[in-house]
Design a protein around this ligand. Structure first.
Ligand code: AMP
Length: 413
């Protein structure tokens, strides 16, 4: 027997149904906000992620599935969607289309992280990118849209956190101040944070070990007047949109390209892997990748985690409504025909094997989760009728004329 790889899983119903439901909710909301779907490749040049996600991030440094292909090209399996969308935006000259620059994607991402509950090596993300709009209206709209998608998918009890990382100037100054502080307090830091001092000091702020203490003790980021204004206006517009959020000064996110607004949605019910979605503004990325000066903002939502949150809600049942049984050899063809008629009427119907005994078919009917079993035997064929047996309650079986069958069943469902 061959086993699946660690961190990779098969999704079966009802989980697969939940995934489909979440995707459908997202597509519906995206359409309301003027977003178009983009399908990007799963494998991209390795350097795309090094240059965009950042070579000092955990994702690129430790978690990327990267290899040299048969043609000697250094390639990587995408760990996130934003770099691919940005590459497509530049390569396809999308800034020249006159369109609104709003794209969404739904796809699997791959990161060689240590697997645990809610953290897999292959997982699905739904992501949105809005490229070309520098104003706080874009920030507020995208966060509000994310919250709407989560609501529509049936998620309850999530909290949104936002912060501003400032522009390259604010951040540049702050990096120096923070790394100076961290250097003088290096003894108190965990091993990974000590390594971050020179490479990526901001990451120390969202370290699970050192972050909470640094929040109170380390110098805080000072925003320049333009960034402070952008952050204030974003918050006002979020309030206007009815989004429930709080400012978390420690929120820095793991990727290099963020500027100004960053945000995360969390759900306490998920335990240690509590991030449901996250994103932020990336005003300099498109230009730094060789494209036009196009400020942008985006986020990604973890579908696997949303599925965990709505697991217990109704609607994930994929049981057929009706189970058809043939009680005798001469009724098999009519039973098979009946299946087709039911489906044509929009009722989901299933069967096991008409050649098995009545007892065995009834057992399958019980296991199927269907609400009603329809039984056809010699008598029913002779009288143009059908036996209707409710499976979920103790109501008695009764015989219904074939002509009335579908309306009668609808009353039972
Ligand atoms: P990120 O791209 O790291 O900002 O992640 C965005 C969202 O994707 C997170 O909030 C999670 O919901 C989800 N996510 C990230 N990594 C994983 C993973 N390894 N397994 C499952 N979901 C993940």
């Amino acid at each position: 027997m061959i086993h699946s790889l660690r961190g990779f899983r098969d999704l079966l119903a009802p989980d697969s149904t939940l995934f489909t439901r979440i995707e459908a909710a997202a597509r519906e909301v995206f359409a309301l906000y003027g977003y178009q779907e983009i399908r990007i490749p799963t494998i991209e040049p390795h350097e795309l992620f090094v240059k965009s996600t950042g070579d000092t991030t955990d994702i690129v440094e430790k978690e990327m599935y990267a290899f040299t292909d048969q043609g000697g090209r250094h390639v990587a399996v995408r760990p996130e969607g934003t770099p691919g969308v940005v590459r497509a935006y530049i390569e396809r000259n999308l800034s020249q289309t006159g369109k609104n620059g709003k794209y969404y994607y739904i796809g699997n991402m791959f990161r060689a992280e240590r697997p645990q509950a809610g953290r897999y090596r292959e997982f699905e993300q739904i992501g949105a990118e809005q490229i070309g709009n520098p104003s706080p209206f874009a920030d507020a709209e995208t966060v509000a849209m994310l919250v709407k998608i989560l609501e529509k998918a049936g998620v309850q009890g999530c909290s949104a956190e936002i912060n501003s990382l400032g522009c390259a100037d604010c951040r540049g100054k702050y990096r120096g101040i923070l790394s100076g502080y961290l250097k003088t307090h290096a003894d108190a830091l965990c091993e990974p944070c000590r390594k971050r001092i020179d490479q990526n000091p901001l990451r120390a702020l969202d370290c699970k070990i050192d972050g909470p203490r640094l929040a109170g003790e380390a110098p805080a980021l000072e925003l320049c007047p333009a960034c402070a204004d952008h952050f204030d206006r974003t918050q006002e517009l979020l309030k206007l949109s009815g989004v429930d959020f709080r400012v978390n000064k420690n929120l820095v996110r793991g990727l290099d390209y963020y500027t100004r607004t960053v945000f995360e949605v969390k759900a306490g019910q998920l335990g240690s892997q509590d991030a449901v979605a996250g994103g932020g503004r990336y005003d300099d990325l498109v230009k730094s990748m060789g494209g036009p000066d196009a400020p942008a903002i985006g986020w990604a939502l973890g579908v696997d985690r949303v599925a965990l949150l709505i697991k217990d809600s109704a609607g994930a049942d994929t049981s057929p409504q009706i189970f058809v049984i043939s009680a005798s050899g001469d009724a098999r063809a009519a039973a098979f025909k009946l299946l087709g008629d039911l489906r044509a009427a929009g009722l989901s119907a299933d069967f096991s094997n008409f050649e098995l005994s009545l007892k065995s078919q009834l057992r399958s009917a019980d296991r199927s989760g269907a609400a009603v079993a329809l039984i056809l035997g010699g008598d029913e064929i002779k009288n143009s009728s059908c036996a209707v047996k409710p499976l979920k309650e103790k109501a008695r079986q009764r015989t219904v004329p074939m002509a009335d069958l579908i309306p009668e069943i609808r009353k039972l469902l």
